[in-house]
Design a protein. Structure first.
Ligand code: ZN
Length: 302
């Protein structure tokens, strides 16, 4: 039985405290109260997955059913934590940089302007921070969505892997599966780590500049460099995300084609269905029959 919501809480607590012996659950047979007798963590060696079987007894004397409830929390990715942390750091740094820009409607006299860092450079860095933050949100949404479909994706990828291996007469390879796991498995981490260092450096640079420990030209050079680093980091992230979306789509497409071919193959082998299939095939299916099953002679006869 798949469980969500309420059991998620139970499972998290069980994870924390070991086990509860008297937690009540609803008996699926008679709907009266049952208790958890013992539990077995089935995801012991699987990172990011927590799954536990709860062995339960019904307390209703007319029922006494035994049943197993499976509880757990879903998969999670460390990438989300990194993207969120760097995204909020970028937002804070944006605010710190804004103080160097004239407030709306403010006219600054040239003497004051000369003491501030170049407004265009400040603005350029703010824009880079902004774009980085948006990119981090895109990555988070993508990872979340991929986590939700991870087990389906892996099922399809595993099937495609076997099919590839048969078609190419080669041993099954994990290459496609690694590509599909992509961002979930930390493919963007190097970009996030680079961004994190750049953000830390900017943070320190603002502090040093404000304290008079960094000269204006050095600070302006820092702004330029950090803007460049953040821009290339987030370009790397979004590149990987869109590549991955495309790969997943391709994989499902292959899988669908295979499934279609397999079902057509099964039907072709059925002597009762076969004549109708050949007779009624539209252009698209005729193409599959000719290309994949070499039945052009039958189509001509029909
Ligand atoms: Zn019962």
């Amino acid at each position: 039985m798949q469980t969500h919501g309420v059991f998620k809480g139970i499972a998290n607590n069980m994870h924390k405290y070991g086990h509860f012996m008297s937690l009540r659950v609803v008996c699926p047979n008679c709907k009266s109260t049952g208790v958890i007798a013992h539990n077995n963590e089935v995801s012991e060696d699987m990172d990011g997955l927590f799954l536990i079987d709860l062995y339960c007894h019904c307390h209703n004397p007319d029922c006494y059913a035994s049943f197993v409830v499976q509880a757990g929390h879903g998969l999670q990715s460390a990438t989300t934590t990194k993207a969120t942390a760097t995204g909020s750091q970028a937002a804070q740094l944006k605010i710190r940089l804004q103080k160097y820009l004239p407030a709306e409607g403010e006219t600054i006299d040239p003497a004051l302007a000369a003491t501030r860092p170049n407004a265009a450079k400040v603005q350029n860095c703010i824009t880079a921070l902004d774009n980085y933050g948006q990119g981090a949100n895109v990555l988070n949404a993508h990872v979340q969505q991929r986590l939700e479909s991870f087990l389906d994706d892996m099922n399809v990828a595993a099937a495609v892997k076997e099919i590839d291996s048969v078609i190419n007469d080669a041993p099954p390879s994990c290459t496609n599966i690694k590509t599909i796991a992509g961002t979930l498995a930390g493919a963007t981490d190097r970009y996030l780590n680079a961004a994190s260092s750049a953000l830390d450096e900017l943070d320190q640079g603002i502090t040093d500049y404000d304290a008079g420990d960094m000269e204006r030209p050095s600070f302006e050079a820092l702004l330029d460099r950090i803007a460049g680093d953040l821009t290339s980091s987030i370009a790397g992230v979004t590149g990987l995300v869109s590549n991955e979306v495309q790969k997943v789509e391709e994989m499902y497409k292959i899988h669908k084609q295979m499934a279609r071919s397999f079902s057509v193959q099964a039907l072709i082998q059925d002597d009762c269905v076969r004549p109708y299939l050949v007779q009624l095939a539209g252009p698209q299916l005729s193409q599959v029959l000719v290309d994949d099953f070499n039945v052009s002679d039958l189509i001509e006869q029909a």
